[in-house]
Design a protein around this ligand. Structure first.
Ligand SMILES: [Zn+2]
Length: 315
């Protein structure tokens, strides 16, 4: 018996609504395209239910993460979480922190005892339950829009390695804006789409590999660059006030970790010299505050149209 392939869907740009993309890469049947309206890199066609596997098998999650949940070992992202929390503590040291897309609570567990009241929201019942059971975290099992949070009830909202999974970014950002206090801050960390595209081309053109999985396109449905992230946030009423090149997420062979570390140093030098977030920055981290809703991307502000290497210095 053959298993039917999972259903795919063609989607328009989730940020500006345009539907005239150009394909720049592919992973099997999944396309990575650049929006003709605003320059956003996103996946189309993509899986109809790209996050479905998070709702699957509790035992499989425990096999993968049990030792971390039980505290027998750390998470390979702990250095990343510590860096991010260090930045956030300086900017907003107290108050109510909402982590959107909490997964099993690995980020929030590192935020315990640092001065915030912690709340998470996680659509996967498995992730939310494990975060509650193992870390005693207050994690609601819901989509943000269904979680019942009051307007202006949080001082800080975090989306750590999450926003690239979100197929409807404007909906989520609208909810984030609603639940944030007027003086609240939003922190977003995503993979750098420019890094992934660079790596994809390097592997295919220089190394001759025809099928490479760089984008994790099955579940990462949008691939932001620094300027498309800034523009998407601006369209939802957020103003980026701070941005930095975060530490790379390290896993795999030692030589890969070493290469990422070298790339990280070079990426930080490039940014320090005014070069923005180039192809050596594995990820992008930004802090944003509530701004005006005046400049809607792609509709009223064609200047947001993005060419590669365009306008990054604004960050
Ligand atoms: Zn677009």
């Amino acid at each position: 018996m053959t298993v039917a392939p999972p259903p795919l869907v063609q989607v328009a740009c989730a940020t500006c609504g345009a539907d005239r993309p150009t394909r720049v890469a592919h992973e099997g049947p999944l396309g990575i395209v650049r929006c003709g309206g605003c320059g956003l890199l996103y996946v189309s066609p993509r899986l109809a239910e790209p996050q479905a596997h998070y709702h699957g098998d509790r035992d499989a999650v425990l096999r993968k993460y049990g030792a971390i949940l039980r505290g027998e070992r750390g998470h390979n992202r702990d250095p990343n979480y510590e860096q991010e929390l260090g930045v956030l503590r300086r900017l907003k040291p107290t108050g109510r922190l909402l982590d959107v897309g909490t997964h099993c609570g690995f980020f929030l567990r590192k935020a315990r005892g640092l001065g915030w009241t912690l709340v998470g929201v996680e659509p996967s019942p498995i992730g939310a339950a494990l975060a509650q059971e193992f870390y005693g975290l207050d994690v609601r099992n819901a989509l943000l829009e269904d979680a019942g949070f009051s307007d202006g009830s949080f001082d800080l909202v975090t989306m750590v390695d999450v926003f690239e999974h979100v197929g409807e970014p404007m909906t989520v950002l609208g909810q984030v804006r609603r639940v944030l206090r007027d003086d609240g801050l939003l922190f977003v960390k995503v993979p750098n789409g420019r890094y992934n595209l660079f790596k994809y081309r390097l592997f295919r053109r220089l190394m001759g590999l025809r099928e490479v999985e760089i984008f994790d396109a099955k579940e990462h449905v949008v691939h932001y660059t620094a300027e498309t992230l800034r523009a998407t946030l601006a369209a939802a009423g957020f103003k980026v006030t701070r941005a930095f090149v975060p530490l790379p997420i390290q896993d795999g062979a030692r030589w890969k970790c070493a290469l990422r570390s070298v790339a990280h140093v070079l990426a930080r030098v490039q940014r320090a010299l005014g070069g923005g977030f180039g192809p050596l920055a594995t990820d992008i981290a930004v802090v944003a505050e509530k701004g005006s809703l005046g400049h809607m991307l792609g509709r009223a502000a064609p200047s947001h149209s993005v060419r590669p290497a365009d306008s990054e210095k604004a960050l």
